[in-house]
Write a protein that binds this ligand. Structure first.
Ligand SMILES: [Zn+2]
Length: 92
């Protein structure tokens, strides 16, 4: 499966309590702090957000798609959590 999403806006800006946000009109914003992180953490956050265009929650389907694209995505997920004192990406 290929992720086909019409991204109309892709931005990087400072965010205080999450790594990224997306809206159904195709706007994606990433936390500027991500720029300092490893590529595999970027991949996690980007795929995480893109999947929300198809699956609005973190349910079984979302997890299956995450695994299909990233393999052991939980590794990156727990690394991101340990890096941040913020509520975390799973808040959205
Ligand atoms: Zn999410």
């Amino acid at each position: 499966m290929k992720l086909e999403v019409d991204i109309v806006w892709l931005g990087v800006r400072p965010m205080h309590n999450k790594w990224a946000s997306c809206s159904t009109n195709g706007h994606l914003n990433f936390n500027a702090e991500l720029l300092a992180l490893d590529q595999d953490l970027w991949d996690y956050v980007i795929v995480h957000e893109l999947l929300h265009f198809f699956v609005p929650n973190h349910g079984k389907l979302w997890k299956v798609l995450m695994r299909a694209h990233l393999g052991d995505y939980e590794v990156s997920e727990s690394r991101l959590k340990s890096l941040s004192s913020a509520p975390g990406i799973n808040e959205h």
